[in-house]
Ligand binder design. Structure first.
Ligand SMILES: [Zn+2]
Length: 166
């Protein structure tokens, strides 16, 4: 759009990317049969931290790496149509969504000039590990996902190390 410079930097970067583009012909099926659900936190590099390349895995992200209806919907498609046979839920250290303070997040949005968000559930937890176990169990018991192996992990944003919890 003329006069709108909002995305100029990334469009310029994409021009350079497209000139060196090497992913043509890549199949949409996940080559390693893997899906990774993790947080939107920009300190996390999902492919790099797992030794993956483009095409290897389906990456799903949201605030807190939570199993929501949209994650379930997406994993059904990934499981039956896109070669996914195993899924990792990767929570991380120092996650705002594990602060245990849902009210505090609503207040923070308001203090940042946002609206009253109390009708939204941000899914903040006070027990990150227990929540992770519950989300893993939700996937394991979801009737539409009969052939999916699921694990729960914690990623340390200060060391880059991943630990399996369940
Ligand atoms: Zn997070």
């Amino acid at each position: 759009m003329a006069g709108d410079e909002t995305f100029d930097d990334v469009l310029a970067a994409n021009e350079a990317y497209a000139q060196g583009f090497r992913l043509e012909g890549l199949e949409p099926v996940a080559a390693k049969g893997l899906a990774v659900l993790t947080c939107m936190d920009s300190r996390i590099e999902p492919l790099a931290m797992l030794g993956l390349a483009p095409g290897d895995a389906k990456i799903l992200r949201n605030a807190g790496a939570r199993v929501t209806d949209d994650v379930l919907r997406t994993l059904v498609l990934a499981s039956y149509l896109l070669g996914v046979e195993r899924a990792m839920i990767v929570a991380h250290t120092r996650c705002r969504m594990a602060s245990g303070d849902e009210d505090g997040v609503h207040e923070a949005v308001a203090e940042a000039g946002g609206p009253d968000t109390r009708s939204l559930a941000f899914l903040v937890t006070s027990d990150q590990e227990e929540t992770l176990r519950e989300d893993v169990q939700r996937l394991r018991s979801w009737p539409y996902l009969t052939n999916l192996r699921v694990g729960g992990f914690l990623y340390d944003v200060d060391t880059g190390r991943l630990q399996r919890l369940c």
